[in-house]
Design a protein around this ligand. Sequence first.
Ligand code: NAD
Length: 450
Amino acid sequence: MSAGIKKSNTKRRVKKPTGKKSSRISGFHALGRVERLAAVAEFAGLDSKTQKQFQSTGNLPGELAERLIENVIGTMNVPIGVATNLIVDGEELLVPMATEESSVVAAVCNAARQCRNTGGITASTSGALMIAQIQLVEVSDPEAARLKILEHKSEIAEICDGADPILIELGGGFRDLEVRVLQTQGGPMVISHLIVDTRDAMGANAVNTMAERLAPYIARWTGGKTYLRILSNLADRRLARARAVWKPSAIAVKGLGKQNMPGKKVRDGMLAAYHFAAADPYRATTHNKGIMNGISAVTLATGNDTRAIEAGAHAFAAQSGQYTPLTRWEIDGDGNLVGSLEMPLAMGIIGGATKAHPTARACLDIMDVKSAEKLQRITAAVGLCQNFAALKALATVGVQKGHMALHAQNIALMAGAKGTEIDRIAQIMTQKETVRLDIAEAELKQLRAN
Ligand code: NAD
């Protein structure tokens, strides 16, 4: 955002606050939403129009928002777009995606359309195993402590399962125990991993409760001291996988004059783009960002924890010691382009906002999702399609062309265009192949003068 835009927003929205300001607002959390907003408005000098904007909470009722997080003053609405054309494991699907970024939804639609003639995307998962870690310190004989913990495996299973009878009823619960001795700057530590099947839950609260229950026992058995007891977001026992085949004839670029490109050339360009990412973390980071455009959008639309998924994805991508792409691209014996994706996807359909947020529920309904496993498969399929579309754009016309139409509208909006002016200004900039705020402002001025 340019300094100019900030300036104009500042002018319109924020009155210069008067008096001495302090962020120490005693009892802020105990105020009602309206009073909290009034306190913020006074602090920041918000005008009544801006306050009204916060008061409208869209599809998340204010009372519900206050049950999800603390100190609520409003909600942040993000568009939900629907990806069409997807076939995942033989099922025709419409997939809701919540994102503020233009072209993301369109990219999935295009990629999914181009692999329909080979049956769409095949997906699978490795199960719903989450890991909770318990940190044990101040043990003089860490190797012996490790064995002592392992000797209590059946008791550990009982303690963990006792912490969550509902999960046990549903067929989940403790599955395995791993104990490692870590050499750290602060001396040796004994780290226990509880491996737990959390079924349809993401499982953070479920496994954290188990770890907290178990920690005092571990301390007693070993004579050490336990500190951290929390899940690992490197959910490498909860992988989702997706693969698909694109025929050269389906991916040829047509109708763009000089930029027409036969399918085999497109395929080879995409493969070269992947090879670049596989060799270079600078490129791999952006490659994976593109994948996460799709993954995070489905994660957000379904009320899942985007940070947990992001953290797990990037840690998984770096597991070899070098940051690498989450997808692989190859050419099969028939000359087709074959893409595959494998990454941790700790998603749930129960717990957190997934159950509480009415729109998240509705998004799950659109996909007829009744298990976390299905949601993981669909999300992986979207991630793969997203990557296909990005690689194809990069290897052919570049990403800006696809971005331009919506981006131009965003810029027109920023320049102050309203109603039909938005499309008109966007169209002028797209025709000129220069989308910039100063151009939008100048064109708007001229349009209005005429
Ligand atoms: P949760 O504790 O709200 O719900 C899970 C519980 O629901 C289970 O323990 C089980 O008792 C019950 N349940 C009912 N039906 C079930 C079914 N079909 N399958 C599985 N369990 C079922 O939710 P959670 O998934 O344990 O925790 C997710 C929340 O924790 C998210 O909001 C996340 O943001 C948050 N969180 C994340 C982290 C992290 O990622 N590091 C840490 C703490 C909290």
